[in-house]
Design a protein around this ligand. Structure first.
Ligand code: P6P
Length: 335
């Protein structure tokens, strides 16, 4: 279909979703309903995040998630809330979550979609009041509707995502998502209980002067990464690293910048997860004009082999990512 006209700032998410659904003849409304379910869970998590200090949700709950990371109470709440919203909506037949080892079956085998989600990324920042985020990735299932979903529904590869996005619980709460045609940002107005279109059709700068990485890992970075970061410092770029991927990514998406999580001695395959962190942000970044790669290939081209696999992750302004890749090429030529 022709690119539907960009709706005016101030449109509610609901109206926007309906408008987009009507713009696509084949749309049957299930994906619309699924996006509403995600927004609903986002409103609930917004409320919990913004009163966490008041009802003692910030302490650790004593459990560990599959990553062996101490699970913060809000992690658990977010995991439960998104799982419940996606189950009650009946559009999702299965989901995977950073917080759970295996596939979570919703019992709705007639659901046409599966979702990979990081319910609350950056959760170690919760009890120090730093921004955190939800990241989600949506596929149409490839197993027959009505049958039991299976792992192959999640192993389709990054290019098969039908929608992806994030919710940033920051100075304001924003839902940013794409179905592949444009990326739109909706700011939550808690007094109305509505997400309002505030950033229509986001396009990212081609270049930038912000780099985001954990400088504490510098000594274990590849030589190519060290060389690139030296150039950034020589140019007196700004180092901005919140330690919360969604917050760092969102700032760089709007202002221009590069986020790097290279292989480290602690995480030789990189730390970030392919299915529910790197694929969705790579899909979205591609639509706004950014690049998302590891040192071998584009993120969306990576073949998935396991639900929680990791990858090195470099994402941001194309000129910056290209310069980093040039450093890798020079390193290869030199050896
Ligand atoms: P490090 C948070 O745990 C996270 O997954 C991302 O949100 C964040 O960018 C990164 O890890 C921070 O990792 O090793 O720098 O603390």
């Amino acid at each position: 279909p022709a690119h539907p006209e960009v709706l005016p700032v101030g449109t509610t998410l609901d109206r926007y979703i309906m408008h987009r659904q009507h713009a696509f003849a084949f749309a049957t409304g299930e994906l619309s309903q699924l996006l509403r379910d995600i927004a609903l869970a986002g409103k609930i998590v917004h409320r919990e995040v913004n009163r966490a200090g008041l009802i003692d949700l910030t302490g650790e709950v004593g459990l560990q998630n599959v990553q062996g990371e101490a699970q913060q109470k809000l992690d658990v709440i977010a995991d439960v809330r998104f799982r419940r919203a996606l189950t009650n909506g009946k559009e999702v037949c299965a989901l995977i979550s950073e917080e759970e080892e295996g596939i979570l079956f919703t019992g709705h085998n007639n659901g046409k979609y599966v979702v990979a989600i990081d319910p609350l990324d950056g959760s170690s920042n919760i009890d120090v009041d730093v921004s955190i985020g939800t990241i989600f990735s949506i596929y149409r299932r490839i197993t027959p509707v009505g049958s039991e979903p299976s792992v192959e529904d999640f192993m389709q590869g990054g290019h098969e995502q039908v929608a992806a996005g994030y919710i940033l619980y920051g100075s304001s709460t924003m839902l940013v998502y794409t179905t592949g045609y444009s990326v739109n940002g909706f700011t939550y107005d808690a007094s109305l209980g509505e997400f309002i279109l505030s950033h229509p059709d986001i396009k990212s700068p081609k270049n930038g002067t912000i780099y985001s990485c954990n400088d504490g890992n510098l000594d274990s970075y590849d030589e190519a990464v060290k060389k690139y970061l030296t150039v950034c410092r020589q140019r007196q770029y700004s180092a901005r690293y919140i330690g919360s991927l969604v917050a760092d990514f969102h700032r760089n998406l709007l202002k221009g910048g590069i986020y790097l999580y290279p292989p480290t001695s602690k995480n030789p395959d990189g730390k970030l997860r392919l299915l529910y962190e790197c694929y969705p942000l790579a899909f979205l970044a591609g639509v706004t004009g950014c690049l998302a790669v590891n040192e071998q290939e584009a993120i969306l081209n990576i073949k998935p082999v396991s639900l929680h696999q990791r990858t090195p992750f470099y994402i941001g302004a194309p000129k910056m990512v290209d310069e980093l890749l040039e450093c890798y090429k020079n390193e290869k030529r030199a050896h």
